[in-house]
Design a protein around this ligand. Structure first.
Ligand SMILES: [Zn+2]
Length: 357
């Protein structure tokens, strides 16, 4: 892996994408606009810090088989509404739950993510070597975001008017930690189609972590990212919908969900690193179509095919949608043969207009 190659751009993903906060910052509601602007400024500072930190990153060894007694090593810190990371340690691995529900949710979400990767894909934490999982809650005041900074998770409490506590949706935690898995494996560039694939993989495994936690089938799942995060007055159900991209919200302050569901509606834009949180709707929808076509629990066959593609070593850092689609078909064939699974993969990509050959 050549993460130190010239031009390496570290992923700094905030769960609420910049295009959405930009829109709120232009709102006529000045209080909401001010808080969105402050969140954007905070994100810019952290993004800069991430870029500096990435310069000293070293390559990682290939993942090892997990030990028989593999368990997570979690630490949750409290920033007490400041911005110093990691803050004060409030819960370590094996400690009993405390009175702060936010701390308990963060701890549980880190554990759920660890468990899905370990029990389903035999991956020992996000780096494949038992990396400790650290999180900080109560970051800043009215901070409308959550992020993975390459080393740890950080959660805001939301301003209560647009966003609520960012530890509420477990898929947000799974999304952010999956950026860590991608960073340690295919290391997809965070721009254009490779960036949209990076985002989509985080949505896919984020949603699978929620489905795994709730023990849902593909049909029972809501396929939403960030359900429960929008404040009650906001017109919307979540940040994104894998089932119906473009329908997650339509609100005076937030604007309308801009995600396309297929290549006919691909969005050419300079914003958001070339629309990484926008065009991710296309591979997201392909995964949803595959999972519902196969039925049962989506983390099993559909998730396995995506995991094999992400970690198989053939996915280039600058892969486009068609490269990824072709590799998912190859991964399905390798693991399951030419039957139902492979046919379902080909059909899903055809439905969203991405070629597989
Ligand atoms: Zn992301």
């Amino acid at each position: 892996m050549t993460t130190d190659a010239p031009g390496f751009e570290p992923v700094f993903c905030t769960i609420v994408p910049p295009h959405l906060l930009d829109r709120v910052a232009r709102s006529s509601d000045t209080a909401k606009a001010d808080r969105a602007r402050r969140t954007l400024e905070r994100d810019a500072t952290e993004r800069h810090r991430r870029r500096e930190a990435a310069l000293v990153r070293t390559a990682v060894a290939p993942p090892a088989a997990p030990p028989a007694d593999a368990k997570p090593r979690r630490t949750v810190h409290d920033a007490a509404h400041g911005t110093t990371l990691p803050g004060t340690k409030v819960r370590g691995e094996g400690d009993e739950p405390g009175a702060d529900a936010t701390v308990n949710r963060a701890y549980a979400g880190l554990g759920a993510t660890f468990e899905l990767y370990l029990n389903t894909y035999a991956r020992y934490s996000i780096d494949g070597h038992g990396l400790p999982l650290d999180a900080t809650v109560h970051y800043d005041r009215d901070y409308n975001n959550a992020f993975w900074n390459g080393e740890q998770m950080v959660f805001g409490d939301g301003d209560g008017e647009i966003f609520l506590d960012f530890t509420l949706p477990v898929d947000v935690i799974g999304h952010e930690l999956t950026h860590g898995v991608t960073q340690y494996t295919a290391n997809l560039t965070y721009a254009g189609q490779a960036g949209a694939l990076n985002e989509s993989l985080s949505d896919v495994f984020g949603s699978l972590i929620k489905q795994y936690t709730l023990n849902q089938t593909a049909t029972e799942a809501d396929w939403l990212i960030g359900a429960g995060l929008l404040a009650p007055d906001v017109q919307g159900v979540a940040l994104r919908s894998m089932k119906a991209p473009g329908t997650a919200y339509d609100d005076d302050v937030l604007g309308k969900d801009p995600q396309p569901a297929d290549m006919d509606h691909y969005v050419d834009t300079e914003e958001d690193n070339g629309g990484v949180h926008i065009n991710s709707g296309i591979p997201n929808h392909a995964f949803y179509l595959l999972a519902t076509e196969l039925g049962g629990q989506a983390w099993e066959r559909a998730g396995q095919i995506w995991f094999d593609t992400l970690t198989g070593g053939d996915l280039a850092t600058d892969a486009g949608f068609a490269d990824f689609a072709r590799l998912t078909a190859a991964a399905a064939r390798t693991r399951y043969g030419a039957g139902d699974e492979t046919q379902a993969v080909l059909k899903a990509w055809e439905q969203v207009g991405v070629p597989t050959s």
